[in-house]
Write a protein that binds this ligand. Sequence first.
Ligand code: ZN
Length: 192
Amino acid sequence: MTNDEILALFQESGAMLDGHFLLTSGRHSDIYFEKFTILRQPPYVEKLCKMMADLFREANVELVVGPTTGGVLIAYETAKHLGTDSIYAEAGDDGKSRVFKRGFSIDPGTRVLIVDDILTTGRSVHEVIGLCRSFEAEIVGLGLLLDRSGGKTKFDYPLKALATVSAESWESADCPLCAKDMPLTQRGSRKQ
Ligand SMILES: [Zn+2]
């Protein structure tokens, strides 16, 4: 599927909203992704993760790892299509790092695919990379449903996103939608 077709799936699922949004950062944007609107619908998750698995079919993946919370679903469903196990990294007790709990670990040299839903700052992916490296895993790739950094976030491993979108945001003083007096909607509980 093309970039536009993937974005159309997000739109069709109701997860990609057009409008005039106040982000948690205080900036304004004309686009907002409510990611759990798509993640709560198994047919979309299945379709997207099958495409994700196909992107890494030749990489001999042995384990799929994702960060909580959306990454748990993505890792599980992608692993299902690759015929591997999936585990997830959750917040450490200090709240600053990612750790494996529930008896999860990685054997040294295991070929790991790291997945997540929407890439914004890349922080969670960086944390999972650090965690996997601490187990001496061989990271074979990074898979994202959507890269909303417009391809600007770089990693030391091959990154493949099903779709890339360059979402603009503005300070209210520079916002073209404020200039048009379009009503502002407040969305989101997480950092943009
Ligand atoms: Zn505005």
